[in-house]
Design a binder for this molecule. Structure first.
Ligand code: GLY
Length: 362
């Protein structure tokens, strides 16, 4: 069972394959789109033994010339240093505009390899093969690529869409359970912003998801990617609609920055952020208390945090939120739910109300 979605953009369309045990088909899928002169597989160090040989063999079977490069695991690798290593490899091996880069791993490798391919020779094709749930349902789809600067995350980047995305749910077998739970937040987020049936699917099948039931995973990931593909196809460069994907993110990014990216996984910080945003929406009378509790209960069942830690003051969190890179001309755009399955974008929320919502989330 393999599902194929298409992300339609103004000037090109690319396929997203979602299935079980499909990693070995990458060579076949690639040559349907494009016959590259050379391939560079950029791998996350944690998965090289398990998945790299499958990908390389599949590419070699199609007669492709394959190089590979290993990136140390962890957010620190979204650096200028690792970015330069990729460019050095492309230059040393004489990659040209008809060559392709494959990102094999989680969001770090996807962002890093995606950004290197966005700028090498002013842009060469790339492919995403995400192996974490967070990357499968969010980061690998939609063409956002970036590396970090010491002054902030994702400050150096580009929109560069992949040629194809291949999601093999079997790769989740190597993912630590807490990373699976943290990745699930992006699915729950998609449920709240536009897809109540998807939210319900997670409510009803949480145990199956954590147990890696392949059928449910394929269904859930396909539905989450379809939602993301639709949003990106309507607003590729985030002029407005795509902002809804930032539900919970302004609060969450601020929590991550204050705790120096050490206390929370990204998904955990976003879970707290979603509760803060939902509480604010209740206070504005645009979201019901029972919908707030529905979201909160799902987060609890998924063992995701939903409360702001006591050591962070509302003042501190609010100040950090105004430093988020998504704040433009001092105007904070907040994504607030109106029901499970619908959100609004608001830029008129007084700071005092933001602080009150934070205080209610301790
Ligand atoms: N991760 C949010 C976006 O792709 O827009």
């Amino acid at each position: 069972m393999t599902n194929i979605l298409h992300l339609k953009l103004k000037d090109h369309t690319y396929p997203i394959y979602v299935g079980k045990d499909i990693l070995h088909q990458i060579g076949e899928y690639l040559i349907k789109e494009f016959i590259p002169s050379k391939v560079l597989v950029v791998n996350d160090a944690s998965i090289i033994e398990r998945y790299t040989p499958i990908v390389k063999d599949s590419l070699a079977e199609q007669g492709l010339d394959v190089n590979s490069l290993v990136i140390p695991s962890g957010e620190e690798s979204k650096s200028l240093n690792q970015f330069s290593r990729i460019l050095d490899t492309l230059i040393e091996n004489q990659f040209d505009r008809n060559s392709i880069v494959i990102a094999l791993g989680g969001g770090v490798v996807g962002d890093l390899a995606g950004f290197a391919s966005a700028v090498y020779m002013r842009g060469i094709p790339f492919i995403q093969i995400p192996t974490t749930l967070q990357a499968q349902v969010d980061a690998s789809v939609g063409g956002k690529t970036a590396i970090n600067h010491t002054k902030g995350k994702n400050l150096i980047g580009a929109f560069h869409q992949p040629k194809l995305v291949l999601i093999d749910v079997n790769t989740l077998e190597s993912l630590p359970e807490m990373d699976l739970r943290a990745g699930l937040i992006e699915v729950i987020k998609m449920g709240v912003i536009r897809d109540e049936p998807l939210f319900k699917l997670v409510e009803e099948h949480l145990d199956d998801i954590i147990a890696l039931d392949e059928k449910i995973l394929v269904e859930m990931i396909t539905q989450a990617c379809a939602g993301k593909a639709e949003i990106v196809s309507k607003d590729e460069k985030e002029s407005r609609l795509r902002m809804v994907l930032n539900y919970g993110h302004t609060f969450g990014h601020a929590l991550e920055a204050i705790t120096e990216y050490k206390k929370y996984r990204h998904g955990e910080a976003i879970a707290i952020g979603m509760n803060c945003a939902a509480r604010l929406a209740v206070n504005l009378d645009i979201f019901t208390e029972s919908d707030f509790q529905r979201q909160n209960t799902l987060l609890k069942h998924a063992k995701l945090p939903g409360t702001v830690p006591k050591e962070i003051s509302s003042e501190q969190l609010c100040t950090a939120m105004y430093h988020d890179k998504k704040v433009i001309d001092s105007t904070m755009r907040l994504i607030l739910p109106t029901r499970i399955g619908e959100v609004v974008i608001r830029n008129d929320i007084p700071e005092s109300m933001i602080k009150d919502a934070i205080i209610q989330c301790y």
